[in-house]
Design a protein around this ligand. Structure first.
Ligand code: C2E
Ligand code: MG
Ligand code: MG
Ligand code: MG
Length: 275
């Protein structure tokens, strides 16, 4: 009908784009203030070992609490932070916060920190990680860095060198959101990756969609053959949990097992879980 012609859709699309661009600009404008006024904080989501059920570590996740707007959804501001120069400061701060928090937990609990490709571009990542470890006293083997396939796509020699240095120090490298990017399986071999994090978009449909199920099984068997650890993200129900345990996924993460929490809550969980 006349109301649904192509031009109407195009206009609506432009209007939506305008709104998205405005929202983004709005976030950009407030980011520096957020940083100056310490509106960011780090939360910690527990990760469990599949076979024993034991607490294995936590993933550090960035949060932004605005004084009047409240919690800003991470998917709205984190991409903006990553594209602005602020990621260098914020990323380094998260690294230091996370290592400091983890140093208070008993060995061998690990901390997993997301590192964005932009942080590698500066060329100081290796130095910054070394400084965070030295300042906190955390041993390198308890630090895991989560990198994405987009980083590997552009993996020039400086990125490769940094990743090799991390591995030489005993730092664990995990490939985040595995299966959603332009995965080249060859990178797994070249880059000394120790862990695959299976993206939550797969986990969401792992019980009800047989194609998704086939993909997850294939990832898990590939990981087993290459002796890589696996963390399934976004586990929300028992059926997903049962499937992943049965198929040999080594580590589990999701709201069903534990939400992202404050440093204090994380410490409490660590204490409650001690043998
Ligand atoms: P990610 O690294 O894949 O992190 C996992 C995301 O899944 C987190 O979203 C977490 O809160 C969410 N999640 C965990 N369990 C469940 C579940 O059971 N169901 C569902 N629906 N979601 C679950 P979050 O915190 O919103 O972060 C989104 C993304 O933003 C992260 O995805 C990561 O790529 C990025 N990010 C978060 N913190 C940082 C950071 O400190 N630095 C950088 N560079 N990126 C970060
Ligand atoms: Mg992650
Ligand atoms: Mg990530
Ligand atoms: Mg992920």
């Amino acid at each position: 009908g006349a109301k649904n012609d192509g031009r109407g859709n195009a206009r609506r699309f432009e209007a939506d784009m305008g709104a998205t661009a405005r929202a983004r600009r709005d976030i950009e404008l407030h980011l520096h203030e957020a940083w100056e006024q310490r509106q960011f904080r780090v939360v910690y989501q527990p990760i469990f070992e599949a076979t024993s059920g034991r607490l294995a570590g936590f993933e550090a996740l960035l949060r932004w609490h605005h004084p009047t707007r409240g919690e800003v959804p991470p998917e709205r501001f984190i991409p903006v932070v990553e594209e602005s120069g602020l990621i260098l400061k914020v990323g380094n701060w998260i690294l230091n916060e996370a290592c400091r928090a983890a140093a208070a937990w008993p060995d061998p609990l690990f901390i997993s920190v997301n590192v964005s490709p932009a942080q590698f571009r500066g060329g100081h990542t290796y130095q910054q990680v070394g400084d965070a470890l030295a300042a906190s006293g955390l041993v390198p083997s308890r630090l895991e860095l989560e990198i994405t396939e987009s980083l590997l796509l552009k993996a020039d020699t400086s990125v490769r060198t940094a990743l090799d240095q991390f591995r030489a120090e005993g730092i664990i490298l995990a490939l985040d959101d595995f299966g959603t990017g332009y995965s080249s399986l060859r990178y797994l071999q070249i880059l000394n990756i120790s862990r695959l994090k299976i993206d939550q978009s797969f986990i969401r449909h792992v019980v009800d969609d047989r194609h998704t199920q086939a993909i997850v099984k294939a990832i898990l068997s590939l990981a087993q053959a290459l002796e890589l650890k696996t963390t399934a993200e976004g586990i929300e129900n028992e059926a997903q949990l049962d499937f992943l345990k049965r198929e040999g996924c080594t580590h589990l993460q999701g709201y069903l097992l534990g939400p992202p929490m404050s440093e204090e809550e994380a410490c409490r969980l660590v204490r409650d879980r001690l043998p």
